[in-house]
Each structure stands twice: as structure tokens, then as C-alpha cells.
Ligand binder design. Structure first.
Ligand SMILES: *Cc1c(COP(=O)(O)O)cnc(C)c1O
Length: 357
């Protein structure tokens, strides 16, 4: 039986992926050289369409990396000499902080309980901070930070800002002029197989990495910003990249542009309302994040009071797969992804199977 994957990543593939995959194989994309014209065209086109879809200005470069955990590591290596500042409210934001420690920096964190949000602009950030790190959508808890707060953070702090939008892209609509580093992986909202992360970097962040490099700070090897830039100028990557994934990303970006990003974002709003309304009225199961301001619309977390296993089994027998809670929430929570690949009909199906008792 074919399952419907409401998992938080990898997730349901975008409906057109199957036919794009076939075309890719028919065109030998698994065998072409990553130093030839055919690849350069794919690279160029993927960047152009991604720029269009997410309204990324020319002041920001786009890099192809292997995963978002890699993006976190590269950001710290290339933009921080000593001190970064981290907003932590779950597993992924904590990883970002931890990576800075492992890389021998001296990160500082503001930490709240899992499932809580924070008013970014009310928190005191130390003077020596070089980079502020924000996980906009914390996939481990279903808490997200309102975009207007992120857009305002530079008004109060004239430092670099990095934002993890791994499980909220392409839903979130950023003002890139207010942010320096943004990253996501393709296996979540873009509905593609895993193995590619996109890192978007401002001129200002590039300048910082140049400064650190001149100073002799260790910034890794083949994926330092300077080597990515050098190859990027000729539409290539330093290593042999995931050509297939870059190709598929380009095709799916084109499909999303044809559909219209506004339409896609509106559908996500409507589907999230459907799910939250259902659980707000449920006699037993409740949305985990109490404050609606901080509720993620793309990764919806429900407290099912110890019945996660029972629900997962029930859904599975109807061909529906959702995520269990993350880590310590495994038995008590379920997580439902709401990405562009998920249709309203399938949300109705999901809700009907869970039911009110
Ligand atoms: C999935 C996820 C990551 C990690 O992405 P990988 O591609 O597995 O490295 C990082 N941050 C958030 C918020 C995520 O949901």
C-alpha cells in the first residue's frame, strides 16, 4: 500500500518528483561531470528559480551543502571568532549552540522550556556577540518564532543574524535585508529526498569570513565560504555535489512558481487552521504549544497523553504516517507536518481516522 507521509522530515514527496526523477535518469544525470556545461546550467537555473521563489536579493549568495547540521557548523566556523548567542527552546536550537562549543568558541545561550517561545527583542544580548542564532521553527517541539520579531532584531543589535528555517521553508516569507544567514534542507518543506542543504549568505557575512580568514582563524577546508564562492563564480561546487538533488530542487521550484508561492502559503495556513481547530476541540488531545502566537503552522505538535503509539498504529493501518514526539516526548506527543506536498483532502482523512474518541 502507498502511504501518505505527514512526517516532519523526510516527508511526503512533492507530487511531481516521480516524473522529474524519471527524466533525470533518462538524461543520465547520475553520470554527468560536475565540471561540465550541463551541470553548470542546472546549478545556475536552480539558483535563479530559488531566488525567484523565496525573493532572495542579489546581496545574498546561495550555497549548496550536504545537510543543515553542516550549515550550522559552516556558519559558526566562517562567521564567529569567539562568541555567538543562541536562542534555545528544543533539540535543534540546542545543537546549534553545542556545535559552537565543540568548535571551541564561547557561545552564550538564552534557554526556555521545550514548547515555549520567546520575545526576541526583550532578551538582553551580550555586547561581545558576533552572531545571533535563531531556530525559527523548532521541529522538536512545534514552537515557532514570529517573523516580525526576527525582522526587527537588527534594529536593536548591529551584529550578524543566522536563522534556521529547515522545517518552515518555503512557507516563511523573510525580509532578507534584515538577516545574514538562512538555511534549510530539502527533505522537509520542499518534498524531496534528503541529502542537500541550502545556505543563503549576505555580503556582510562573507566580509566577516574574509576578515577571519585573513586573521588566520581556522574555518574548515573545502566548504569554507571562500572556496564555495570561488567555485560558485563558475557555477560549480568544491566537491562532487548531489547533482540529482540540485536538479530535482530546480524542477520543484519551477512547479511551485507555476502554482504560485502565495497560493502555497495560503493552503498551509488553511490546513493548519483545520488541524488546530480539530485538536482545540478534542476532548483528550491538545496542541502542545499553548500560546497560539508561538504555534508552528508547518510542524504541528499534539500532546496525546501517552497514546502516541496507539494513534501511530491506528493511522498506519489507514496508510497514514505521522512523526512521534521527539526524544523525551516520544510516548506523549505526535507531530504532523504541514508542507506544500500535503493536500487538504489528506488532512481531512487524517482527522477522520484520529476522530473524537
Ligand atoms: C531537520 C532539522 C535540522 C537538521 O537537518 P539535516 O538535513 O538533517 O541536517 C536542523 N534544524 C531543524 C529545525 C530541523 O528540523
Amino acid at each position: 500500500m502507498k502511504n501518505i507521509y505527514f512526517t516532519c522530515g523526510p516527508s511526503q514527496l512533492y507530487p511531481t518528483v516521480k516524473s522529474h526523477l524519471k527524466t533525470a535518469l533518462d538524461n543520465n544525470l547520475g553520470s554527468i561531470s560536475h565540471r561540465g556545461q550541463q551541470f553548470q546550467n542546472i546549478y545556475k537555473s536552480a539558483q535563479t528559480n530559488l531566488r525567484k521563489l523565496l525573493s532572495i536579493p542579489l546581496s545574498h549568495k546561495i550555497f549548496f551543502l550536504s545537510s543543515s547540521l553542516e550549515s550550522m557548523e559552516r556558519i559558526i566556523e566562517n562567521c564567529v571568532e569567539k562568541q555567538s548567542f543562541h536562542f534555545v527552546n528544543g533539540a535543534f536550537s540546542h545543537k546549534f549552540y553545542q556545535f559552537a562549543k565543540l568548535l571551541k568558541k564561547s557561545p552564550v545561550k538564552h534557554e526556555v522550556d521545550w514548547g515555549e517561545g520567546y520575545l526576541l527583542n526583550k532578551i538582553k544580548i551580550p555586547k561581545r556577540t558576533e552572531l545571533i542564532c535563531i531556530t525559527q521553527n523548532e521541529t522538536s517541539t512545534g514552537a515557532s518564532i514570529p517573523l516580525q520579531d526576527i525582522n526587527q532584531i537588527k534594529q536593536n543589535h548591529n551584529v550578524l543574524v543566522a536563522v534556521d528555517i529547515v522545517s518552515s521553508a518555503p512557507y516563511v516569507k523573510f525580509d532578507f535585508s534584515k538577516i545574514d544567514l538562512v538555511f534549510f534542507s530539502v527533505q522537509k518543506g520542499f518534498g524531496l529526498p534528503a541529502g542537500l542543504s541550502i545556505l543563503i549568505v549576505s555580503d556582510r557575512a562573507i566580509k566577516k569570513s574574509n576578515y577571519l580568514e585573513k586573521k588566520g582563524v581556522n574555518m574548515g577546508s573545502y566548504h569554507s565560504f571562500s572556496s564555495l564562492l570561488e567555485k560558485g563564480r563558475i557555477f560549480q561546487t568544491p566537491e562532487t555535489p548531489n547533482v540529482l538533488s540540485i536538479y530535482l530542487l530546480n524542477q520543484v521550484c519551477k512547479d511551485m512558481l507555476n502554482k504560485g508561492i502565495t497560493t502555497i502559503r495560503k493552503a498551509i495556513d488553511e490546513n493548519s487552521k483545520l488541524v488546530f481547530d480539530f485538536f482545540d476541540q478534542h476532548p483528550k488531545y491538545k496542541p502542545f504549544v499553548n500560546n497560539p502566537v508561538f504555534r508552528s503552522r508547518t510542524t504541528i505538535e499534539i500532546n496525546v497523553r501517552g497514546e502516541a503509539n496507539k494513534i501511530l498504529k491506528k493511522l498506519k493501518s489507514s496508510g497514514i504516517v505521522v512523526s512521534s514526539g521527539y526524544g523525551k516526548f516520544k510516548d506523549n506527543h505526535i507531530r504532523i507536518a504541514n508542507f506544500p506536498a500535503h493536500s487538504k483532502d489528506n488532512f481531512h482523512k487524517l482527522i477522520n481516522v484520529i476522530g473524537y474518541n
